[in-house]
Design a protein around this ligand. Structure first.
Ligand code: PAJ
Length: 286
């Protein structure tokens, strides 16, 4: 099936109602565009598990804070459509801000509690309200579906899961592994902001997480020691400044007294040049 590019929400809802009436299952892959092979891996998986796949491309102003990179976020719709189609998408929805929010929305979806207050939530106040609000809207527009999210944004995945369950959306959330370059750097639209030297140094983020995991495998059970080791590995690179590092329970995102069972290691670091802020995470077991 050739790709259909839609700009109107009503067109998408009508098309998907017709697909479901014909007995077809729907996979949804929400994105902000600037698609790379990481997004491609979500789309391919959605295409393997569903009859019809919708990719949404919308740079959501609500989830960017003042002074963040909303204005320079890459917008590459033509190339996005080529990648989405090659990976198996049937529809791309690329709405304008006006189409999504009209003259402004008075309703906000907010997941309360520490899940949205720690880590990215602490560094980016309001960010997860913006994510929860736009994803709730995309779920309402799409209707019954499976929705694919990357572990790359591990906290986002947890927030979206909780929001979908709390609001009873008929949506099954599917978590997908992080796609990486061969040197370990997690694929990200923001990697495009790095210069050659920064790109060469960037695998230090994944190496730091692996060093944290190795420490746990060697028997370390104190989360503070693990997160400090991760920070020390990143800090050894003069190009990066650590924002946060964490060793937490993957369900609650809280730091336990002692590491036991499944552990998620997370970090965020800023390039000192100001070119970008990168995040990454890794799962391990204590
Ligand atoms: P965006 O950053 O475009 O990411 C879209 C989806 O692709 C997210 O689920 C993200 O986790 C996933 N993704 C990004 N890089 C990945 C990688 N290297 N491997 C695997 N998956 C990866 O996340 C957003 O957009 C927005 O917050 C959104 C959910 C669309 C709401 O606006």
């Amino acid at each position: 099936m050739t790709l259909q590019v839609l700009h109107r929400v009503a067109e998408l809802s009508d098309a998907l109602d017709a697909e479901r009436r014909a007995g077809r299952t729907v996979g949804l892959v929400p994105t902000m565009g600037a698609l790379h092979a990481g997004h491609g891996s979500l789309i391919s998986r959605a295409a393997a598990e569903n009859d019809v796949v919708v990719v949404t491309v919308f740079v959501n102003p609500l989830q960017f804070g003042a002074g963040e990179d909303l204005d320079r976020y890459p917008r590459t719709l033509d190339a996005d459509c080529v990648l989405a189609e090659a990976a198996g998408a049937s529809y791309v929805l690329a709405p304008t801000v006006q189409e999504m929010y009209g003259d402004g929305s008075l309703t906000k979806v907010s997941v309360a509690g520490s899940m949205t207050e720690v880590l990215e939530g602490a560094s980016r106040p309001g960010h997860f309200d913006g994510v929860a609000t736009v994803v709730a809207k995309l779920f309402a527009m799409t209707g019954r579906c499976r929705a694919y999210f990357g572990e790359k944004d591990f906290q986002q995945l947890a927030v979206v899961r909780r929001m979908a369950a709390d609001l009873s959306f008929p949506v099954e959330i599917v978590a997908c592994e992080t796609a990486r370059d061969p040197d370990g750097l997690a694929l990200s639209s923001r990697n495009a902001f790095l210069d050659g030297e920064e790109r060469a140094a960037a695998p230090v983020l994944h190496q730091a997480l692996e060093a944290g995991a190795a420490l746990i495998q060697a028997g370390e059970r104190d989360p503070r020691v693990v997160r400090e080791r991760i920070a020390a590995v990143v800090a050894a690179s003069p190009l990066f400044e650590v924002d946060y590092t964490a060793a937490v329970d993957p369900g609650t995102l809280e730091e336990p007294e002692r590491l036991e069972g499944d552990v998620r290691l997370l970090l965020a670091a800023r390039l000192r040049s100001g070119s970008a802020r990168l995040i990454d995470n890794l799962g391990t077991r204590a």
